[in-house]
Design a protein. Structure first.
Length: 429
């Protein structure tokens, strides 16, 4: 979740002036933080809306379907929009649309689940435009030789956003007088309706504040003196998506990204409900939200550990090792209970850390002029975050929540295969 912001178009830029990029870089870094925050808040909202509207797991997963479906639908139009209006105006447009999505949560709280789903789609559409527009600025806001370190910095703040969001969401959205299932059963129909209406409005304040923050960022971005960015793709022969997919490692990489994002999002989406199961941890939604924060914190810590380890270990081998550990942890969570199941599923975050950027870079290896097309295909594969949670929701509704975790376990099995198959990719001549 936290790393989707890596998916940027191939771009280069010439600064219109030298130096003085500290303020713009601060704004871009805040953007990365906000992306992480907004995406990770879904994991808190899904169990909240499920309880308020008495949804099945499949119905609750429509949140992720609308959110990650927007990445798939909006990515290509976003690229066309930015070609017309430029990167800076594109970032401002993305921020404004995302703010509108957040503002829609206010009427959605009194209108019903359908408007919530529309709000999620609008919000994610804005974030998608924002990612395509704002990512290249990380590279051009300073010396090209230090672009990687700037990207690491912004990525760290993105991870910080995903870590902080569940704690904030648990406190502001889930913390206000949530009744147990026993207490709920004692309410009359009218009392239950009034209670659910009050719970639905708990999202209004936090999302209005987020809308205001995004609008402030839009104004700052519009006023910032930023370098012009020129697409590196201009001129030269253009390949097609079909040409790119002839490279087997890219085709398998697209499948791996689809399954990885799907598996990671699925686990995060079901985590609060899983930890609420009496035989697992029996936690309230507000308390379980803290563990979602630990899940994403693990991914942040794992990034730094992975950065050091992968100086010595090949990316494919590191990927395969992490996938094998995740499979073992998920199976442990399925077949055990209590603290063992709780900590096993939370620990998955630590080993997820390196997967997205590793698969992404391996899939693009030696694509040359087709790198742009390959990157576009990998970005579209993020739609796995919309579809895989559906599959897990079906299993949760028809078997049990615990057994439904076989779905993400199966996703990581393919990632294990991909890592082993290309374990020596960078040793090949």
């Amino acid at each position: 979740m936290e790393h989707y912001s890596q998916a940027a178009p191939v771009a280069s830029g010439q600064p219109s002036q030298t130096g003085g990029y500290t303020a713009p870089l601060v704004i871009v870094t805040i953007l990365f933080f906000m992306w992480g925050l907004l995406t990770s808040l879904n994991d808190v909202l899904i169990p909240h809306l499920k309880a308020v509207y008495t949804l099945t797991y499949v119905q609750a997963m429509l949140v992720q379907f609308c959110f990650f479906g927007a990445y798939f639908i909006v990515s290509l139009p976003a690229g066309m929009l930015i070609k017309k209006i430029g990167y800076q105006n594109g970032a401002v447009a993305g921020l404004t649309i995302a703010a509108a999505g957040c503002a829609l949560f206010y009427p959605a709280a009194t209108s019903g689940y359908t408007l919530f789903l529309i709000a999620f789609f609008v919000l994610a559409g804005g974030i998608t435009i924002l990612q395509v527009a704002a990512n290249p600025y990380v590279a051009v806001l300073g010396d090209a030789r230090t672009a990687s370190s700037r990207l690491t910095l912004t990525q760290a703040f993105n991870s910080l956003g995903t870590t902080v969001a569940p704690f904030l969401g648990g406190m502001l959205i889930l913390g206000g007088g949530v009744l147990s299932s026993v207490d709920l059963a004692q309410l009359s129909a009218d009392q239950l309706k009034a209670y659910n209406a009050a719970q639905a409005t708990a999202v209004q304040g936090p999302y209005l504040a987020l809308a205001a923050a995004l609008l402030v960022l839009a104004i700052l971005f519009a006023l910032a003196r930023l370098p012009k960015i020129v697409d590196a793709e201009q001129g030269g022969a253009q390949g097609t998506f079909a040409d790119a997919l002839k490279h087997r490692h890219l085709a398998l990489g697209v499948v791996a990204i689809f399954l990885y994002v799907g598996g990671e999002v699925s686990i995060g989406s079901f985590l609060i409900n899983f930890l609420g199961e009496p035989h697992v941890a029996g936690l309230s939604a507000a308390d379980a939200a803290h563990y979602v924060g630990y899940y994403w914190m693990g991914a942040m810590i794992g990034r730094f550990v992975g950065f050091v380890v992968m100086q010595k270990v090949s990316p494919g081998k590191a990927l395969a090792f992490n996938a094998a550990v995740v499979i073992a942890l998920v199976l442990t969570a399925i077949f055990s209970h209590g603290d063992v199941a709780k900590y096993a599923i939370v620990a998955v975050g630590l080993f997820n850390s390196i997967m997205f950027p590793t698969i992404f870079s391996m899939a693009l290896n030696k694509l040359g002029p087709l790198t742009g097309q390959g990157s576009g295909l990998l970005c579209m594969a993020i739609v796995g975050g919309a579809l895989v949670p559906f599959a897990q929701g079906l299993l949760a509704d028809h078997l049990s929540l615990q057994l439904s975790f076989f779905v993400p376990a199966a996703c990581y099995l393919f990632i294990l295969y991909f890592g082993l198959k290309y374990a020596n990719m960078y040793n090949e001549k």
